[in-house]
Design a protein around this ligand. Structure first.
Ligand code: S5P
Length: 493
């Protein structure tokens, strides 16, 4: 990097930002709806070239500490700063569009670069770190390496720490901290001591988190960049049922679970016989069967053994532990005697999970069968009231119980840990986008590539063909199997 002979004290820049009204004190409604006693708007300085130049030179000492081939400004405010630094010091630049072009090459990243180039991100200020992360995701998706970012002001609201998260791993350097800036303005008599304390207190009590949607996108990117085969994932799995499931998926070249939402035993057994060679799992709703008997359960188990698939009762437990134990082990259905996998909501708290653990252990002691549980992290139905932090809570519960939590019933990635499986319902090929009772459908490709599914759950898309000819049934189920499996394999490229 060329020597910089342009030395201007950072506090003189702060004073001029204050004089030009780029730093305002009062009551301001932020984009988030929150009222703030301070407003920083560095966009205005494009009309003050001298100030812009002096501000840009504050980045230079920090740039010398970073290794990079290219620079990239976060749109829009920092684009001008990055452009100045690029042309003044001859650093090639790339530019990230905020929206993809509707015509021409549809590029989101403009400029010339090669995979493996290191990019330094330039930003004006950081609060949560979301804008830097969005830019970093685009750059990383293009095969570029992002390890560092420089901001002019650190608002001290958690952004620098947020970006240190192991999934993100970006070191953010700042020219000045918000508190230093406020203290300077107070000491110079631009703002009162009272105002300074009010603003500092406000900043300290207003931590900014990265939105869950952006975190999900990050998880997807991290996953696709560290893609693992089902065989590899089987090796990483701590619980025996999860391990067996990944092994089955690799061996049968299938990530398909059929949802046997049928109301008589005969039809379910017919479905299991026909679908058996193509699926890794058959899911039941045992309480919709009119003529359930333990003899049916035994015959279904035999079919599962012959065709090598897992039996999953979609019971969605959601009660206190002691009730769940009875629901799982007793009653008419005696689920613990014939199902491999069940699922549960987290709403009642950890007692439910502990109850299942005790039952699993008691049963496995008798029959040494592998058992596991899935946690519900999302629902596919329109307008569902599952809270946004449900998925994070599900993940926390899963890592506490990796010996029997197999994974999640999800609509987006809950975590990047390859040992946990993500199973996604609401999948259908064809024109149906919903079922008029709230179910929402997507294609196998969308479920795997955009919603993070490792395994797809298909009900009516398959069982609607049960009364068709065997050939028609088979052609259809093979289509689901191939499209789901290929979507996963294609992620590795
Ligand atoms: O969010 C969910 C969770 C589940 S387990 N949405 C779902 O649809 N399911 C189940 O998946 C649902 O109970 C049904 O058994 C199956 C989807 O069936 P389909 O006919 O709509 O494919």
């Amino acid at each position: 990097m060329a020597n910089d002979h342009h030395s201007v004290d950072i506090f003189s820049v702060i004073r001029r930002l204050y004089e030009y009204n780029a730093l305002k004190f009062g009551q301001f409604k932020l984009k988030s709806g929150i009222e703030s006693p301070v407003y920083i708007d560095l966009r205005t300085i494009i009309s003050q070239p001298d100030l812009m130049i002096d501000l840009c030179h504050q980045y230079v000492p920090l740039m010398k500490q970073c290794r990079f081939d290219l620079i990239c400004g976060v749109p829009y405010t920092a684009l001008t700063m990055a452009t100045y630094l690029s042309t003044k010091f001859r650093h090639p630049m790339v530019m990230r569009r905020k929206e993809t072009k509707q015509h021409g090459t549809k590029q989101i990243l403009e400029g010339v670069y090669q995979r493996g180039n290191r990019v330094l991100i330039i930003e004006d200020l950081i609060s949560s770190g979301s804008s830097i992360l969005e830019t970093a995701l685009t750059l990383r998706q293009a095969g570029l390496i992002v390890t560092d970012a420089i901001v002019f002001i650190d608002r001290e609201q958690g952004g620098i720490r947020n970006l240190q998260h192991s999934d993100i791993d970006i070191k953010v350097h700042s020219c000045i901290h918000f508190s230093e800036m406020i203290t300077y303005l107070k000491d110079e008599g631009h703002i009162t001591g009272e105002k300074s304390s009010e603003v500092l207190e406000w900043i300290q009590s207003n931590y900014c988190a990265i939105p869950a949607t952006l975190h999900n996108q990050l998880a997807l990117t991290t996953c696709s960049s560290s893609w693992k085969s089902y065989e590899d994932r089987a090796r990483l799995c701590q619980n025996p049922l999860g391990k067996r499931l990944f092994e089955l998926m690799a061996m049968k070249r299938s990530n398909l679970c059929v949802s046997a939402d049928l109301t008589d035993c005969q039809s379910i057994l017919k479905l299991a016989e026909l679908a058996g060679p193509h699926i890794v799992m058959l899911k039941t709703h045992v309480d919709i069967i009119d003529d359930f008997s333990m003899d049916f359960a035994r015959r279904l188990r035999d079919l599962a053994k012959n065709h090598n698939f897992i039996l999953f009762e979609d019971r969605k437990f959601a009660d206190i532990g002691s009730t769940v134990q009875k629901q799982y082990a007793g009653g008419l259905f005696r689920l613990s005697e014939w199902t491999d996998l069940i699922n549960a909501h987290l709403l009642p708290g950890p007692g439910l999970i502990e109850a299942l653990r005790q039952e699993f252990m008691a049963r496995s002691f008798k029959d040494s069968q592998q058992r596991g549980c899935l946690l519900i992290s999302h629902l596919s139905s329109q307008g569902n009231l599952v809270p946004v932090d449900y998925a994070q809570e599900a993940y926390k519960m899963a890592i506490k119980n990796p010996d029997f939590i197999v994974g999640f019933i999800s609509q987006t990635k809950v975590c990047t840990d390859p040992a946990f499986i993500h199973m996604t319902p609401g999948v259908r090929i064809g024109n149906e986008k919903n079922d008029k009772l709230g179910q929402q459908y997507t294609t196998p490709e969308d479920a795997v590539q955009n919603k993070g599914a490792d395994l797809i759950i298909v009900g009516r898309g398959i069982i609607s063909k049960l009364d068709s000819s065997c050939e028609e049934f088979e052609t259809n189920i093979i289509l689901y199997k191939q499209r789901g499996y290929n979507a996963y394999i294609n992620l590795c490229q």
